[in-house]
Design a protein around this ligand. Sequence first.
Ligand code: ATP
Ligand code: MG
Length: 454
Amino acid sequence: MFPLTLKQLPDLLGNAEAPQGLCVMGDVLITGAAIDSRAVRPGDLFFALPGERTDGHAHVAAALERGAVAAVVAREVSVGPAFVVPDPAAALARLGAWNRRRFAGPVVAVGGSHGKTTTRELIAATLHALGPGVRSRANFNNALGVPLTLCELGPSHRWAVVELGASRPSDLTELGGWARPTVAVLTGVGTAHVGTFGGPAALRAAKAELFATLQADGSAVVNGDDPGARSLAAEAGRPVLFAGTGPGCDVRLEPLPAPPGFLRFQRGETSFRLPGFAPHLVSLAACAVAAGEALGLTPESIRDGFAGFQPPPGRGTVTTVGGVTLIDDTYNAPPEGFFAAVDLLARWPVEPPGRRWLVCGGMKELGEEADRLHAELGRRIAAAGLDRAVFVGETGACVAIAAGLLPPIGLQFATAGAAAEAVLNEVRAGDVVLAKGCRSDRLERVVAALAERL
Ligand code: ATP
Ligand code: MG
């Protein structure tokens, strides 16, 4: 964080009541912010928030014991120092926005229906060339995660990449207003959360909010391969850089042949290589190239940055455990990604007697298209000539019917746990196992069980 002391806090938080005795405490430096007492580091300011299972006010003492310099609370607590404010979450946002305003370096904001975390990691991999920076951790993309990320910025940092999630109108206006991006990247506009936005038109308007938060001389980057994002560019109110693989893209990457599990592509004289397989990853990489170029990086330094990229957990990571290749694509399953994964597995080189296994859940948020797309997936799995297809859960069962594969090739289980046991019983060195499904299928449990017990 930028230098801030406890004595400055009441002013910064607006209507906070300074704890009694603060005036005689001397000035204490605040060096960070935390909302989970277990994650408190010495020097942090602890914000007590209501949680689903527990109330942060019950953990103020633990936070102070771990070295928090003070707490921000909604009601009096028996330990201190504690600043009482009407809404500690709003106070955290205020602190994040304050800290961001002290930062003079570039801030890249990544928004969109899908691909945010992946794009954020691609961009962070390239921006390391500028020096140390801050990027959102895990999936910290909401009204708590964004301020926590912004609070991490300090004088030694040279850049920030902030993921902005939205599930309702005005979300991006609020989060982007705190982040004040100098580069805004729109990864795609699909149907995620269409219900909570209030329909497709409201969803589109809400995604366009990202551009309004861009600073005056900032750059807008749009995934030119995503029709939904592309059609929103007119609403940016400023010139937009289209990034992708298609002919209409300003920053255009030309896909090249690549070994299984990798993507290769070219821009001008420079060729790039990334671990991954889904075609959309090239479009997201193009967004990262566009963002990097907007910030003055050369294609060569972007190429070198990509060499350090690892797909975020569950988005196509490849590991080998006990001689078995595990492809973990369990984070989520949009149809194009699922079809690409089946295709990848069918082409994955396996030395006989090695076998290809698919652990298959279902797809979500497809509305009226659900039956058609699950049937299409089943047909593709049947045509892929796999050695084992393990279908999990209710939606997995719909895919299984369309695939029509009989035991021992086609197997069906109600839970991820049962599927893991079945795979563990039979899998052997030389096999490749790809797991993919929607988040509620919890197929990461199958991957974890294999990684632990193979
Ligand atoms: P969340 O809203 O959960 O934070 P996100 O926007 O951060 O998601 P990622 O975690 O990067 O997105 O990716 C989520 C899933 O969407 C992954 O399975 C990924 O393969 C898929 N995906 C990402 N971008 C695209 C795209 N352009 N087209 C199709 N699928 C995509
Ligand atoms: Mg994310």
